[in-house]
Design a protein around this ligand. Structure first.
Ligand SMILES: Nc1ncnc2c1ncn2[C@@H]1O[C@H](COP(=O)(O)OP(=O)(O)OP(=O)(O)O)[C@@H](O)[C@H]1O
Length: 262
C-alpha cells in the first residue's frame, strides 16, 4: 500500500489564489508534497486543476499566495524551468515537424547538450514504440502517437518535478500501462509526479497521495486509502465513491481537507 512520504518538500504552496475577473479559479490552495511522491490531483471539470498546474509551472502568475518547487519560487520562471516538466492537456507540438525534430527542438530550448539529447531521444522513441515513425510528420500521427511524443518532450530534461495533465488520454492499454510504469519508475528515482486525471483507476494504481479540488478549494487529501475511508458506503468504498461524496454541492468541505487519521 502506498504510504505518505516524508523528507524534502518538492511542492509547497501557501494560500495560492488565482482570480480571472469575477471568477475565482483557485481559492487559497495550500500543498506540501514530499520528494518522490506521486500525487494524484483530482477534481470535477472547472475545479481549478489546470489553473493550479499553470501556476506551479510558472506559466501563469498567482493573484495572491506563493509557492515553491524544490525551493524555487514559481514567479521566477527562469530559475523554475529546469526543475519542472509539464505535459498539458493539449500538448504544444508542431505539425510540420517529425517526432525527432520536435524533440531535438525541445532539447535545444532546454540547453541539453546534443550528444545527451540524441541518446535520450533515441532511447525514449524506442521505449515508447515511436522509433519506426520518428521521421514522419506529426500531422500524420495518431492521437496516441502525439501524446507519447509530448510525454517524452516533458521528461527529456530529466525534471525534478513532473506535472502531467491526463497523460494516458488517447492511449491504447499497452501504451497507457507504459506511461503508468514510467510514472512509478520516475518516482522510485526520486522524481515527484503531480498527476491530474479523471481516470481514477490510474490514480489508485500509482498515487501515494491524493488531493481533491472542488470549486478552487482542496476538499480532501491523504493516501488513497485514507480518502476512501472517509466515505461511508456500507461496504468497501472506491476512490470514485469518495470523489463523488467530497465533490457534491452539499459536501462538508472543512471535514475532509487536510484531515488525517494519525
Ligand atoms: N484564462 C481564463 N480566463 C477566464 N477564466 C478562466 C481561465 N482559465 C480558467 N478559467 C476558469 O477557471 C475555472 C477553473 O478552470 P480550470 O481550467 O483550471 O479547471 P480544470 O479543473 O482544469 O477543469 P477540466 O477538468 O475541465 O480541465 C473555470 O471556471 C474556468 O472557466
Amino acid at each position: 500500500m502506498p504510504s505518505k512520504r516524508s523528507g524534502p518538500i518538492a511542492i509547497e504552496a501557501i494560500d495560492l489564489t488565482k482570480t480571472y475577473r469575477s471568477t475565482v479559479a483557485l481559492d487559497g490552495l495550500s500543498l506540501s508534497i514530499a520528494d518522490g511522491t506521486v500525487y494524484g490531483f483530482l477534481g470535477p471539470n472547472g475545479a481549478g486543476k489546470t489553473t493550479t498546474m499553470r501556476l506551479l509551472t510558472g506559466l501563469s502568475q498567482p493573484t495572491s499566495g506563493r509557492a515553491r518547487i524544490c525551493g524555487r519560487d514559481i514567479t521566477n520562471r527562469r530559475e523554475l524551468a529546469p526543475a519542472v516538466g509539464y505535459l498539458p492537456e493539449t500538448p504544444p507540438l508542431y505539425d510540420e515537424f517529425s517526432a525527432r525534430e520536435q524533440l531535438e527542438y525541445a532539447a535545444d530550448l532546454r540547453d541539453i547538450p546534443s550528444e545527451t539529447a540524441d541518446k535520450r531521444i533515441s532511447e525514449y522513441l524506442d521505449q515508447f514504440g515511436l522509433a519506426g515513425d520518428e521521421h514522419k510528420r506529426i500531422s500524420a500521427y495518431s492521437k496516441g502517437m502525439k501524446q507519447k511524443t509530448a510525454f517524452i518532450q516533458s521528461i527529456l530534461h530529466d525534471p525534478q518535478v513532473l506535472f502531467l495533465d491526463e497523460p494516458t488520454s488517447g492511449l491504447d492499454p499497452r501504451a497507457a500501462r507504459q506511461i503508468r510504469q514510467s510514472i512509478t519508475d520516475f518516482a522510485d528515482d526520486g522524481t515527484t509526479v503531480f498527476l491530474s486525471t479523471h481516470i481514477l483507476p490510474v490514480v489508485e494504481a500509482v498515487a501515494d497521495e491524493v488531493g481533491v479540488l472542488f470549486d478552487g478549494k482542496l476538499v480532501a487529501e491523504g493516501s488513497p486509502d485514507e480518502v476512501k475511508s472517509r466515505v461511508e458506503t456500507g461496504g468497501e468504498s472506491t476512490l470514485e465513491d469518495a470523489f463523488l461524496a467530497v465533490t457534491s454541492a452539499d459536501a462538508p468541505i472543512s471535514n475532509t481537507a487536510g484531515a488525517t487519521d494519525e
